[in-house]
Design a protein around this ligand. Sequence first.
Ligand SMILES: [Fe+2]
Length: 409
Amino acid sequence: MENETNGFHHIELHTIHPDYILDLFIRIYGFQLIAKRNTFNYSQWFLKSSQCQLLISSVLNIDLNNENKPNNDHYDILTTILNNENTRDFILDRDTTFNVALHVKSVQTILDKNPDVQVLVSRRQAVDEYGTIEYACIKSCIGNVVHTLINTSEYSGSCLPGFVSISNSEKQESNESLIDSIDHIAFAIPKNSALSAVIWYEKVLGMKRFKVNQQDDPFQGFSVHVGTMGMRLFASEYWKCAETACMNDKQSNLKFVFAESLIDSNSNSTDQITKFIANHKNQPGIQHLALYCMDNIKNAVRITKTNGAQYLLPCQDYYLKENNGYIIEATGENVSELAELGILLDDESDNQQELKSNKKVLLQIFTKSIFNNDTFFLELIERRGAIGFGAGNIRTLWKIVQQQIDSRR
Ligand SMILES: [Fe+2]
């Protein structure tokens, strides 16, 4: 399996429509509900599909006059975030994907090395019959994004302390697993903020910038221009040799993409990045989560479409021979099959031989926003040796999303 392990522990989504989001991941995308819990303030559901773990949280009540104490034995970052008036708005009354929780070797080492980082939840332990976890939660330099740092080396449970496992009798009949793991996370951020984000992630988590493709410039990133608009992309990954406490060797596959707008914040123009920020309570944040497909993307798209998934579809010109049809055929894929499913194909091959042997090809598809504030969306991806993010398709995606924004005006 290509992505056997990775450095993501889980991704946390806060929603005010938990039934809808749970149905989407469980019924449409084949996730299993592993555990759940209810506190006075919030409910949480822990979902899993192979190595991909999601935490769905929903704040129910909040008594702002009465501070609720976190249970010391439990994994709990939300109580602290809700108790603090500066961080409450990170999640309250909104649908947002806000927490990228990471496996770490030593929580304390990261905190010690980064005294300037805002610590939302200081280092704690949580215990249950499966052992002890050590964790802390830090604020990213981006919008409402936080990172829980979790050391699970002394823990054998399948979830986290404080959650109640779903019994076998309670478990729903399992669907076919479609999602294997998390491939990457993309952030939507304002103009001229990507480089400082890259530097923050390098300093705090030891992540290193890498080139999205040949056109990726050290200072300008990879620029995508469509008409008068566009965006710049920068990408970082966890570097195996980095001298940080972030990841152990087998958990080193961590990729972040920083997508910044080219529009000035005081301009009246909008694009998909500025639109995301406007709809996301004027905060930058997590724009999409790319999920690596279990067997092949065609199977995953076919099944999830039948289950009701809503994908963005490229215009049919995309599949014309002179555009992408020839390349699709050269990889041995059927053009009309990909066109019917709406799957995009990108090739990073340096020569025909590589193309024919599928050495550097990736296939991907993007959903419409899964939140009704039209912000966060999912990407499904299958890699055949390609390491990038579908540079050729970014322009296509930009056009589709921009067409949607324009048509709603
Ligand atoms: Fe992506």
